[in-house]
Design a protein around this ligand. Structure first.
Ligand SMILES: Nc1ncnc2c1ncn2[C@@H]1O[C@H](COP(=O)(O)OP(=O)(O)OP(=O)(O)O)[C@@H](O)[C@H]1O
Ligand SMILES: O=P(O)(O)O[C@@H]1[C@H](O)[C@H](O)[C@@H](OP(=O)(O)O)[C@H](OP(=O)(O)O)[C@H]1O
Length: 416
């Protein structure tokens, strides 16, 4: 037991450092005649990335990076995609935002920490985002693209044809599994599955794919599925409550802690909590496990209640677009606005929790009464907003896909 917990995470670190060093040599990208864009100082390719554009691959060679302060750097894509995505994030995380539709979406997104241009390359810029996997040691991660089509209304016939041919079951399913990391017995034994795997799954094999994703923590599988259903229901409620935005080609990222993880980097307190957590599981005593679950939350940290300050002070230059809105604005008014915004968000979250609790009452599997308040090590977040459009209608395609995904998770749950 302690051997597993103490197993160091060196192999994963080593792999990414080696990758970073290799990439810094600006090798010619295979078959493209392009060179890798220089890797900004203090950054490395994102080791736990499961889908999307990867550093050193594709036409442009740009991809997701991780800064040494822990944040994620997503390259601002060429126009119009990049501008659209940055604009969307900025609107949502604007300190003065008082729009209930946007405020109530905030808890479902990784926080935008700023837009960053590396000093070494004034041409590239990156969105600096909170890492949704930051508190996990050995996460299982699933990227699911939601929607019946994966192109937006401005796509030309060629793009539509290319996208439609990629995964014919999509129209019926309303979602696709784009990639996943399934945690293994130790962090360096995780297995990655790419979009080829996801697209090999016909409609009747989707539960197999979800089941595979869930195989990284067998003792807690039922609880994890139930927790994901609840969280997805919350996002669904947001979509059902708004008639303004349509999300094309956007993804959901589902994350949970693996059965075994490395406790070596923890503080003593965290380590002790985790030790009891696993002891509880091993001895079939959920209360012991639950009592010792550490820092688990239903929602990402609300805006204004995070450690952005310390991250910034570790030397990443941020643009002023989402930070430091001091100029000419009375701090009293500002803090009143913040309190009101927080109240709107909190009320929304509380009412969602109630609705979800009611709607999931009939699920076959229930938590035993003594652990109704169980907080599972799960995280979920919406990502990829390069194709968000604003039209006065509900997003029927996203709703269709999300309802279907929830139905498939329920199927998995029934089989447990
Ligand atoms: N905030 C985040 N926290 C943790 N991981 C993230 C975050 N944002 C993105 N990722 C990781 O990066 C991957 C790609 O993200 P994203 O979909 O935003 O990139 P993309 O290049 O726009 O994708 P696509 O090619 O599908 O348009 C995700 O599958 C996930 O593994
Ligand atoms: O899933 P695949 O097969 O990797 O295909 C990519 C996927 O559809 C991305 O969503 C898309 O970016 P957009 O959604 O932003 O269009 C990208 O286009 P790109 O190659 O033009 O970046 C495609 O290559």
């Amino acid at each position: 037991m302690s051997k597993v917990l103490l197993q160091p995470r060196t192999a994963e670190k080593k792999r990414t450092l080696e990758d970073a060093e290799k990439n810094e040599k600006e090798e010619v990208l295979e078959g493209t005649g392009c060179t890798n864009p220089p890797l900004p100082r203090g950054c490395r390719p994102l080791a736990h990335q499961v889908a999307g554009h990867r550093y050193g691959q594709g036409r442009l060679g740009i991809g997701m990076l991780q800064h040494m302060d822990g944040s994620i750097l997503k390259p601002v894509q060429p126009p119009p995609r990049g501008k659209r995505e940055v604009g969307f994030y900025q609107k949502i995380f604007d300190a003065e935002c008082d729009d209930p539709v946007l405020l109530t979406l905030q808890p479902f997104l990784p926080k935008l920490l700023g837009v960053w241009t590396p000093p070494s390359s004034s041409l590239d810029s990156y969105m600096k985002l909170e890492d949704a996997c930051r508190r996990f040691r050995n996460p299982s991660i699933l990227d699911i693209k939601i929607g019946r089509v994966s192109y937006d209304p401005e796509a030309n016939q060629e793009k539509r044809a290319i996208e439609s041919a990629k995964y014919p079951p999509l129209y019926d399913l309303g979602f696709q599994l784009l990639g996943m990391r399934v945690s293994g017995p130790s962090p360096n034994e995780a297995i990655f599955y790419d979009k080829k795997y996801g697209r090999s799954l016909s409609k009747d094999r989707i539960t197999e794919g979800l089941d595979l994703f869930l195989s990284g923590n067998v003792p807690w599988k039922k609880y994890i599925v139930k927790a994901f259903i609840q969280r997805l229901e919350m996002i669904l409620s947001w979509f059902e409550s708004q008639k303004r935005y349509q999300f094309y080609s956007s993804s959901l990222l589902l994350i949970y802690e693996g059965e075994f993880f490395d406790g070596s980097s923890d503080s003593d307190e965290e380590f002790i909590h985790k030790f009891f957590f696993f002891l509880g599981i091993l001895h079939g005593c959920p209360m012991l496990a639950v009592n010792h679950l550490y820092k688990v939350s239903m929602f990402p940290q609300p805006a204004g209640n995070n450690d952005t300050g310390s991250r910034e002070s570790r030397g990443v230059a941020l643009s002023s677009s989402t930070t430091g809105r001091e100029s000419g604005y009375s701090s009293e008014v500002e803090s009143k606005n913040r309190r009101q915004s927080a109240a709107i968000r909190n009320e929304f979250v509380a009412s969602l929790s109630r609705r979800v609790e009611e709607s999931t009452r009939d699920l076959k599997y229930r938590f035993p009464p003594e652990i109704v308040d169980v907080r599972i090590e799960c995280e979920y977040t919406m990502i990829d907003f390069a194709h968000v459009f604003e039209e006065p209608r509900s997003d029927v395609d996203y709703i269709y896909g999300l309802r279907n995904l929830i139905a498939y998770f329920r199927k998995v749950l029934k089989q447990l």
